[in-house]
Every structure is written in C-alpha cells, then in structure tokens.
Design a protein around this ligand. Structure first.
Ligand code: COA
Length: 169
C-alpha cells in the first residue's frame, strides 16, 4: 500500500536517491546532486503554501519510505502529471498507483476537466503506467508520446457512460 504526502525539508537525501542516473535517463537531465535536491525540496514546500496552488510535488511513500515523486502542475495552459521512482523499486505497480491517486486529486478534489502527460518514445514503461492509470494516447508532439485523461464518466440509468460536458455539441 502506497501513500502520497507533501514533501518536507528533510526529504532532500531521499529525493537525491530517487533522481539517480537510471531514473533520470529519459528525462533529458542528469542525476540530482545534493544542492539541487535541497533546493527542489525547498521549492516543493514553498509551492505547497502558495495560494492559489499551482504545483503539487507529492512524495510517494511505502511504510514511511520515500520511494518516488508524483507531480501535478497547474501553471500551464493544461494540467500535467509526471512521476519518477527510485530504480530499486520499479516494477511493483507503485507508479501506476501513484498516478491514479494524483488523478483522483485533480479530478475529484480540484475539479479539473482534463489532465495531460507525455513520455519519451524510448520509455514504453512510462506509457504502460499512463494507460493503466486511465490515460489515453493522443499522438506524438515534439518527439514525445502524448496522453490525456478525463474524469471517470458518470453512468446513465442503462449503464452506458454519459457524454463528457466538453463532448456535447
Ligand atoms: C516509469 C516508472 C515511473 C515506472 O514505475 P513503476 O513503479 O516501475 O511502474 P509500475 O510498476 O506501475 O509498472 C507499470 C508497467 O511498467 C512495467 N515495468 C516496470 N518496470 C519495468 C522495467 N524495468 N522494464 C520493463 N517494464 C517495466 C510493468 O511491468 C508494468 O507493465 P505491465 O502491467 O504491462 O506488466 C519508473 O520506471 C521510473 O521512475 N522511470 C524513470 C523516470 C521516468 O521515466 N518517469 C516518467 C517520465 S515520462
């Protein structure tokens, strides 16, 4: 069972372990050093206190261990989700569950109509995470595979999904 929680200032060492060389390979960046980990943690704590809040950088934990980070950004034309997990805990379903949880925050708590995500084409594992968590592929933009997710549709009395507000003429 995983949890999502706000980051705290003493998470910098765990964050550095998450953003190691294997995990950052497809992110177009190098591994995190200690200074960046400290400033990233500070930024996440500061963002949590801003109103209106435009960035949710949440720690993914299991039994108190910080294993990854899931982000929801609202400071762009469309809301976006991203995620990263420490390499030694890949393949256990944690990222999929983390993305499901942050989508629930976006849709059920924040009322977002749509959330976008993308991954590098050489990183199909990330695409599996997205489709298992409820995203649909939408194509390729600027060399990245793109996806979107909408809130779960309410059902009509006959059990078929009602159309989304945005799908109505
Ligand atoms: C992408 C990432 C978050 C996946 O995390 P994860 O917790 O291992 O993912 P899950 O366990 O939820 O698995 C999702 C799917 O990926 C597969 N998978 C996980 N690790 C894998 C690996 N090393 N090789 C191949 N497939 C793998 C799983 O088997 C599962 O697919 P399946 O249901 O068809 O079996 C993780 O690999 C990571 O942090 N990578 C580096 C950062 C990154 O790529 N972030 C996304 C940027 S867009």
């Amino acid at each position: 069972m995983i949890e999502l929680r706000e980051l705290a200032s003493d998470d910098a060492i765990a964050l550095r372990n998450i953003y190691g060389p294997e995990s950052t390979r497809f992110l177009g960046r190098g591994a995190m050093d200690a200074a960046e980990a400290r400033s990233c943690t500070r930024d996440a704590v500061a963002a949590a206190g801003q109103l209106p809040r435009t960035l949710y950088t949440l720690g993914l934990t299991r039994k108190g261990d910080l294993l990854g980070v899931v982000k929801l950004r609202l400071d762009r034309p469309a809301a976006t989700v991203s995620y990263i997990l420490r390499a030694d805990v890949w393949g256990r379903g944690y990222a999929t569950e983390g993305v499901r949880r942050i989508l629930a925050l976006g849709f059920d708590h924040l009322g977002l109509p749509v959330v976008h995500a993308k991954h590098h084409p050489d990183n199909p594992t990330s695409g599996r995470v997205l489709t298992k968590a409820g995203f649909t592929p939408t194509g390729r933009v600027s060399g990245f595979e793109t996806y979107l997710a909408r809130p779960r549709q309410p059902l009509r009395p006959d059990g078929t999904p009602s159309p989304h507000q945005s799908d109505r003429p």
